[in-house]
Design a protein around this ligand. Structure first.
Ligand code: DAH
Length: 340
């Protein structure tokens, strides 16, 4: 019996349960009612009387050692959670910050513009960035020898000169009028491409938003009021607009639209080149030829169209001086627009 006592004492001294489950195993093995130590106490009854004192003393020591070890280990492991309930992790600790990306200013401005026109009933239309001559030029009344078709402006596809990267979103006007019946009221945001050297003021790709409204009895009045509403919603209530005569093949009459200068309020400064006005877009009444090219009866319907550069509008509103900043993806630039 003494051998067993010594053996268990050595085992108990050596045992190191790493978690609460192993500790419970230890308790059941040695200290439960049917455990090894209880069994020794059972067997103790058969120990000859003259040995009872010595062995009894050792047995009691073993039991105390086992109980002390159990208590100590319970204390040590009480901080370790086997489930979330006694998990002492502090969930209010700050996390390791993850740097997430930022919304691009062009994306934010595009959505702001869309939101304003949606209030007037415009919906979104899209078209392909790789376009054919008909949709980008011919249907829009560009004469065969119009300079915009020449190589310096347009990226043509080598294998097929009938295919090009679209130079403007006006191509979506054509696609929409070919497939929808008036009344038509669409806005078409998208990327456009021009064969230009990249500078602070020009890029080989940029973004435009095209607008088109076709219905019976649409007049220049409707165009002007629509654009005035847009300008005042986007640039501020005090903004004024003016239209200057211009030329585009697909509109007649054609205009360029200016807003009163945001910097000097119209008094004249460097930004508006001391004129008090800054150009924001091209617009006009859709040329009857364009309506007919797209299968719309030009005797019954009239309409207006406009097109603006999203980069240009963004640069004006936030006084950004270099177009290249939009495509460099420098987060120090992009982060400044998080709260607009
Ligand atoms: N497509 C023209 C450009 O890229 C912009 C434009 C002007 C669009 C007049 C229009 C418009 O719809 O009526 O310069």
């Amino acid at each position: 019996m003494l051998d067993k006592i010594n053996q268990y004492a050595a085992e108990i001294a050596a045992i190191q349960p790493q978690n609460k489950v192993a500790l419970e195993d230890f308790r059941i093995t040695y200290l439960s009612k049917k455990g090894l130590i209880s069994t020794l106490f059972e067997n103790f009854k058969a120990v000859p009387n003259d040995q009872k004192k010595a062995i009894g003393g050792e047995l009691n020591k073993l039991k105390q050692a086992a109980e002390a070890k159990l208590a100590l280990l319970q204390e040590m492991l009480s901080n370790q959670g086997d489930d979330l309930k006694d998990d002492h992790f502090d969930y209010s600790l700050p996390t390791i910050p993850h740097q997430i990306g930022t919304r691009h200013p062009l994306w934010l401005v595009k959505n702001r513009i869309i939101e304003i026109f949606e209030r007037m009933g415009f919906s979104i239309a899209t078209g392909p960035e790789i376009e054919d001559d008909w949709h980008n030029f011919s249907a829009l009344n560009f004469a065969e020898n119009h300079p915009a078709r020449e190589m310096q402006d347009t990226f043509f596809v080598n294998l097929n000169p009938d295919i090009a990267l679209r130079t403007h979103t006006s191509s979506v006007q054509v696609r929409t009028m070919e497939t929808q019946k008036p009344p038509i009221r669409i806005l078409s945001p998208g990327r456009v491409f021009r064969n230009e050297a990249i500078t602070a003021r020009a890029h080989c790709f940029f973004h435009q938003i095209e607008g088109l409204y076709i219905n019976e009895n649409v007049s220049v009045k409707d165009l002007k009021q629509t654009l005035l509403y847009f300008a005042q919603e986007f640039f501020g209530k005090k903004t004024n607009i003016r239209m200057r005569p211009s030329y585009f093949p697909f509109t007649e009459p054609s205009v360029e639209v200016d807003i009163s200068c945001q910097i000097c309020g119209g008094k004249g400064c460097n930004v508006c080149k001391h004129s008090g006005w800054v150009e924001i877009m091209g617009a006009g009444m859709v040329d009857p030829n364009v309506l007919e090219n797209c299968g719309i009866d030009s005797k019954k319907y009239t309409g207006f169209a406009f097109g603006m550069g999203i980069e240009r509008i963004t640069m004006l509103k936030y006084q950004i001086k270099d177009l290249r900043l939009f495509s460099e993806n420098d987060v120090r630039f992009l982060r400044q627009f998080q709260h607009i």
